[in-house]
Design a protein around this ligand. Structure first.
Ligand SMILES: [Zn+2]
Length: 336
């Protein structure tokens, strides 16, 4: 059991910024969300219907692909890929951001899954000096806003920000109407599971991401962002973002079983909160040291609250020390 006080229902700790507990030790998020959770099944069915309609409207209409998937090779994005292919038979292209810390096991999974599902893949790899700059900066310092840091470490936020930017840029260039993500139901709310992007919104998020980085790093990342000319030139091409795991049945054991059947294997060299990234353990530890809470606690607490993860399993994932070897491995590679 963790040494600090945590919510009796979910697992948010007393060190989580702004948290309050009632007399039974239940946090304000659990109290607030009880009513929303009551009609979760209805809401999921609603979104499922909306999604089926969206697929009907978009499938086979674009010149090349129906969907580009941000494909990390981890279990959630692999399962999403499988759903999109097997249940909807979409024309899919996957984009994997090679952050130089993708586990060799994850690469094997990516290749195997892409072959089995017959999916084209792009591997986007920034040169090491650029990746090194981005990750040594974010491992050592929190460069993003406080609300952002409640949900993820600076390392993850930087990496995912670039992934989002690259898949969107590719979607615009290739005229792909859907951009898919494998967010777990704890990572992103169902309200954003089907969301049309637009130039104004994207310009704003791009600018926030860019501004977080110092100028000398920004200059080497220029081509990873949406060029200003695209907002006008491709204004009619802005895609729908989708993350279907928010409204499909989500059960980690079932997902792992289905993936294993396909030949996907959980890498043995990643931490308990990632099935693809070798930098994650160090990113987690740095975040805990600076902020006093685990960067995955929000996601895992959501899943516990929604009843899709066991509370004990959540506690185990969040309140266990980071694997020292993995922390040292990442530190050494970053020269820190
Ligand atoms: Zn709670």
């Amino acid at each position: 059991m963790p040494k600090i006080k945590i919510c009796q229902k979910c697992i948010l700790p007393e060190t989580f910024p702004g948290i309050k507990f009632d007399e039974n030790g239940v946090c304000k998020y659990c109290l607030k969300e009880a009513s929303a959770l009551a009609n979760a099944t209805e809401k999921k069915a609603d979104y499922h219907k909306k999604f089926d309609q969206l697929i009907q409207d978009t499938k086979d209409k674009a010149p090349s692909y129906d969907v580009i998937m941000a494909y990390s090779g981890g279990k959630d994005s692999t399962y999403t890929l499988k759903l999109l292919k097997e249940q909807y038979n979409l024309r899919i292209i996957g984009l994997t951001f090679d952050n130089h810390f993708v586990s060799p096991g994850a690469w094997k999974n990516i290749e195997k899954v892409a072959d089995i599902l017959q999916i084209d893949c792009i591997r986007f790899r920034p040169p090491w000096p650029v990746a090194h700059q981005i990750f040594s900066l974010t491992a050592g310092k929190d460069i993003f806003s406080k609300p952002t840091l409640l949900r993820a470490s600076s390392v993850c936020t930087a990496c995912i920000g670039l992934v989002k930017s690259l898949v969107l840029k590719t979607a615009l260039e290739m005229s792909i109407p859907l951009v898919a993500f494998g967010w777990s139901p704890g990572q992103a709310p169902i309200q954003s599971a089907i969301m049309k992007t637009n130039p104004a919104l994207i310009r704003q998020t791009q600018s926030a991401l860019k501004k977080a980085f110092p100028a000398e790093i920004n200059s080497s990342m220029d081509s990873y962002f949406i060029p200003e000319t695209y907002y006008e030139r491709y204004k009619d091409r802005f895609p729908q973002n989708i993350h279907p795991l928010a409204f499909f049945d989500y059960n980690e054991a079932h997902i792992k079983h289905e993936l294993t059947e396909m030949g996907w294997q959980a890498p043995s060299d990643t931490d308990t909160n990632s099935s693809n990234c070798l930098l994650n353990a160090f990113a987690n530890q740095a975040h805990i040291e600076r902020n006093g809470f685990h960067p995955y606690v929000w996601e895992i607490a959501n899943m516990v609250r929604q009843g899709i993860m066991d509370r004990d399993e959540g506690i185990e994932k969040i309140y266990t020390e980071q694997n020292r070897e993995m922390v040292e491995y990442a530190k050494k590679r970053l020269g820190l």
